[in-house]
Write a protein that binds this ligand. Structure first.
Ligand code: HEM
Length: 378
């Protein structure tokens, strides 16, 4: 980790509302336009570069020609315009490369801390929750739901109780979509989840592009996401349906290192850790090292740490220390952040790919996107 990154992490761990760093990160707008339709399998990025080169050259040439020959016949000018339009069409068919997705990643990273008054100073947690809720609707038996169609854009899924507050995340993503309109919503939202984890000092998340936008008819029924008031059986029902096992359920739950609950969204209140915008294994260490008591309040049943009363755990978090099988993994993650990071990365990457047919992926191997720190220290 670079010195700057280390400094940032340590600053974040001190207080909830540590002043967020404003990134000087000018991200240039991508001029090219792409289709959100998955590319043909034979398309190679090297060809893409070539087509782009030819397209841009043709456009530039045509533009110059029209300008320079303004006194010539209208017929010549119209021919030049036609070839420009054709070149434009060729450009439209191009396949985005890993570099193009890196530009989208960079744009998301650049706006994470746009509003220092928002929660703990970063949109990362709510973006992570969007990525998870858009993927976690998957049902392995009927092969419905998952991240493929980004169906949370439609009612009634946007209005499912579990998705309260995610309009904030979807609206932020519109800023990115406006600049990179070729990306599908499913790719955009899942890439935002990857960005949220990596920029908050978490592990690298292997990620693939290729999701397509679906329709309102693809919306799945309400009730596919977990209910925080329930116990171990419920967690297993929900996550086994997606194809996860006990170890993956526990690893994924560790995402609650980030963010907080909001009374106006879920009814619950407060953060799980003292560093809600840094990805750590603190969620697990706190689960075991603190004494948790039921909070006395008029809201839904939740736990508070006895020492400070400022942290919270949901019933579904606490059950990870009560159920024998869950507890074994939770303890292992409390004992080692490295083990947690490794398992979280694998499980989260799998979550983001739920519901996407293999044939749709742009690349056979997942990509690892670079963090802003890695790019700055070059
Ligand atoms: C295990 C079952 C889970 C339950 C019952 C659950 C429940 C909840 C609830 C009730 C909230 C509060 C929402 C609000 O009031 O804003 C929340 C927030 C959050 N959840 Fe989960 N969750 C679960 C699993 C996950 C998973 C698997 C992830 C990601 C991999 C995740 C990531 C988050 C994040 C980052 C937040 C904070 C959002 C923010 O700060 O705006 N959760 N979750």
């Amino acid at each position: 980790m670079s010195f700057v990154a280390a400094l940032r992490v340590s600053t974040r761990r001190v207080a909830f509302n540590a002043t967020p760093r404003v990134r000087a990160n000018p991200v240039r707008s991508a001029f090219r336009k792409y289709s959100t339709t998955p590319p043909p399998p034979e398309a190679k990025s090297s060809n893409t570069a070539l087509f782009v080169g030819v397209g841009v050259a043709a456009l530039t040439g045509a533009g110059y020609y029209v300008y320079a020959s303004s006194s010539d016949s209208a017929r010549e000018a119209s021919t030049a315009l036609k070839s420009a339009a054709q070149a434009g069409k060729a450009v439209t068919k191009l396949v985005p490369t890993k570099d193009d997705y890196q530009k989208v990643y960079n744009k998301i990273a650049s706006i994470l801390e746009d509003d220092s008054d928002y929660d703990d100073g970063s949109y990362a947690p709510v973006l992570l929750r969007l990525a998870w809720h858009s993927s976690g609707t998957y049902d392995k038996d009927t092969k419905t739901g998952g991240s493929n169609y980004a169906t949370m854009r439609f009612e009634p899924e946007a209005l499912h109780g579990a998705n309260n507050g995610l309009n904030i995340a979807r609206n932020i993503m519109e800023k990115v979509k406006a600049e990179f309109d070729w990306i599908s919503y499913g790719d955009l939202w899942t890439l935002a989840g990857v960005c949220a984890i990596q920029e908050m000092a978490g592990p690298k998340i292997p990620w693939r592009a290729g999701r397509i936008d679906g329709f309102a008819k693809d919306v799945t029924p309400d009730g596919r996401l977990p209910d925080a008031t329930q116990g171990a059986d419920h967690l297993r029902n929900i996550f086994y349906r997606m194809g996860f096992n006990d170890q993956e359920i526990v690893a994924l739950s560790g995402a609650h290192a980030l963010g907080r609950c909001h009374t106006d969204r879920s009814g619950f209140e407060g953060p799980w850790t003292f560093s809600p915008i840094t990805f750590t294994n603190d969620y697990f260490t706190l689960l075991f090292n603190e004494k948790w008591v039921w909070r006395k309040w008029s809201g839904p049943k939740q736990l508070a740490d006895k020492k400070t009363g400022t942290l919270m755990m949901l019933p579904t978090d606490y059950v990870l220390t009560q159920d024998k099988s869950f507890k074994k993994f939770a303890k292992a993650y409390a004992d080692s952040q490295d083990v947690f990071f490794k398992d979280f990365s694998a499980a989260f990457s799998k979550l983001l790919e739920l519901g996407v047919p293999e044939s749709q992926w742009v690349s056979s191997e997942p990509w690892t996107m670079k963090t802003m720190d890695e790019q700055e220290s070059k």
